[in-house]
Design a protein around this ligand. Structure first.
Ligand code: GLC
Length: 510
């Protein structure tokens, strides 16, 4: 019997981006009340936990990843009472709740930064007389001049000054923030920019590079990310998490150069999990999937932690669009949900939503847009729940203000209500997949075995009695040609007899 405190090892976690999930008060912005109203939907979907992107007091210069008060809810998103109701309602339905923690930087509206601008407590941030050559992830220099002539570091937007993690007060404050939310009953934390808090001593220049620094993160180390010192912070946090009952966990958002570097963030004395972005970035072909899966499982095994899988989140184009079609997205999802480890879903992927590519520029809010021309707004469009586009697809109650970003007309067929009860809908596919994953608890744990197959086909044997086939090629394959038989438990697209068409994943009881 697995220990219930280990719930996170194979959990399916649903990411809620509160601003765009559901609006309870009709102002066009999603809120915690909206999440509470939709808890029955999430329970019926069959996920194990929700992860809430930031809902804290914030000027929303970066959608809430710029926190002005770490212990309160922004009035646009509700109140602490709404948060408590959310946790209670989720727990009643057997859903865990993970909150986002943003420790690398505060909002420039945070009282500490406001004091720093007055010349008090400047050493809680990183001020220098002269900037170095570091660039912001959102484009442009990572330094902005303060009114007193000095420069402060911001790896993201100028409204997100980086904290100085060498300062004991900063460390103490975050230990206290962890306890604040643990005391309110949260089951875990998603640690934002978990690779960023500690910078190389002396803040050395990166040196001349071709292209933007942000683009070289793939293979090289930069002096502001993935420094050894970050691990000390997690070793400080872990005993705090462990001191609470019921299995409180933390998952790292760490963009590092390899699965081996990523594995350093997880383990019994650091964080429980780290997002595996390699899987998200893999192309839709059997070879890349297989390589990434093998590498991820091997590295995770070394540190004895489960790996994670993710296909979409609030920072990357939705996987329907990235992989080029809904059929491929559905096939990739069924592949992901049959792998050992824990899987993260992003709100709306269960509806098969695509990236909204044609938002008018003047409505885009992503701070990266002005500096790089790239914008993450297209995956943050408010969810379509029911009804017509003119009614905001039921995002808020009748008569609400229009949703904060416009929804495309094509989503009329993709509302949750339109897909309800349709056996071919993506919503039904996700529900079925999650039900089967629960019925086969060994799927989320244990190891995998590849079965010999043509180059474009993945055949994966899991527990006795479960085989997966993914066809990423251009020609159909038959189960008998693969030496397989058995009952089809679920298919990501229509099958003709025992033929698995291109861009399709099939789960077999065999
Ligand atoms: C993380 C978040 C992203 C945010 C950034 C700065 O990457 O996922 O949305 O912009 O951190 O906090």
């Amino acid at each position: 019997m697995p220990d219930p405190a280990d719930w996170w090892r194979d959990a399916v976690v649903y990411q809620v981006y509160p601003r765009s999930f559901a609006d309870s008060d009709g102002d066009g912005t999603g809120d915690l009340g909206g999440v509470v109203r939709r808890l029955p939907y999430l329970a019926e979907l069959g996920v194990d936990a929700l992860w809430l992107s930031p809902f804290y007091t914030s000027p929303l210069a970066d959608g809430g990843y710029d926190v002005a008060d770490y212990r309160d809810v922004d009035p646009r998103f509700g109140s602490l009472a709404d948060f408590d109701a959310l946790v209670a309602g989720a727990h009643e339905r057997g859903l865990r709740v993970i909150v986002d923690l943003v420790p690398n930087h505060t909002s420039s509206e945070h009282p500490w930064f406001q004091e720093a601008l007055q010349g008090r407590g400047k050493d809680r941030y990183i001020f220098r007389d002269e900037p170095n050559d570091w660039e912001s992830i959102f484009g442009g220099p990572a330094w902005t001049q303060a009114p007193d002539g000095s420069y402060y570091l911001h790896l993201f937007a100028p409204e997100q000054p980086d904290l100085n993690w060498d300062h004991p007060e900063v460390r103490a404050e975050f230990r206290s923030i962890l306890r604040f939310w643990l005391d309110r009953g949260v089951d875990g934390f998603r640690v934002d920019v978990a690779h960023g808090m500690v910078k190389a001593a002396g803040l050395p220049d990166v040196g001349p590079k071709e292209g933007r620094q942000a683009e070289m993160l793939g293979d090289e180390q930069v002096p502001y990310f993935d420094q050894d010192g970050v691990h000390e912070i997690y070793r400080e946090w872990r005993p705090i998490l462990d001191s609470y009952p019921g299995g409180r966990m933390a998952v790292a958002e760490a963009w590092v150069s390899s699965p081996a570097r990523l594995a350093r963030y997880v383990g019994p004395d650091e964080l429980h999990q780290a997002f595996n972005f390699e899987f998200m970035m893999a192309g839709f072909d059997a070879k890349s999937f297989r390589e990434v899966i093998d590498r991820s499982l091997a590295e995770a095994e070394i540190v004895g932690a489960p790996t994670t899988w993710v296909l979409s989140n609030h920072d990357k184009p939705r996987h329907v669009t990235r992989h080029g079609s809904l059929a491929r997205a559905r096939a990739a999802t069924l592949l992901m949900l049959a792998l050992p480890g824990s899987a993260y879903l992003y709100q709306g992927e269960e509806l098969g939503l695509d990236e909204v590519l044609d938002l008018p520029d003047e409505l885009r809010e992503d701070p990266a847009f002005l500096r790089t021309g790239e914008s993450r707004d297209g995956c943050r469009v408010p969810l379509p729940w029911s009804g017509t586009q003119a009614e905001g697809f039921g995002f808020g109650p009748a008569g609400s203000a229009a949703p904060w970003l416009p929804q495309p007309a094509s989503w009329a067929a993709l509302t949750a209500a339109a897909q309800e009860g349709d056996p071919g809908s993506t919503l039904t596919l996700y529900r079925e997949a999650l039900r089967l994953r629960k019925a086969h608890p060994a799927l989320g744990l244990g190891s995998i075995e590849w079965v010999q197959a043509p180059e474009e086909v993945l055949v994966l044997r899991r527990e006795p009695g479960f085989t997966l086939v993914t066809n990423t090629g251009e020609t159909p394959v038959t189960l008998s040609a693969l030496g397989l038989a058995g009952e089809v438990l679920l298919a990501s697209g229509p099958m003709a007899g025992e033929t698995v068409p291109p861009d399709t994943t099939v789960w077999l009881a065999r």
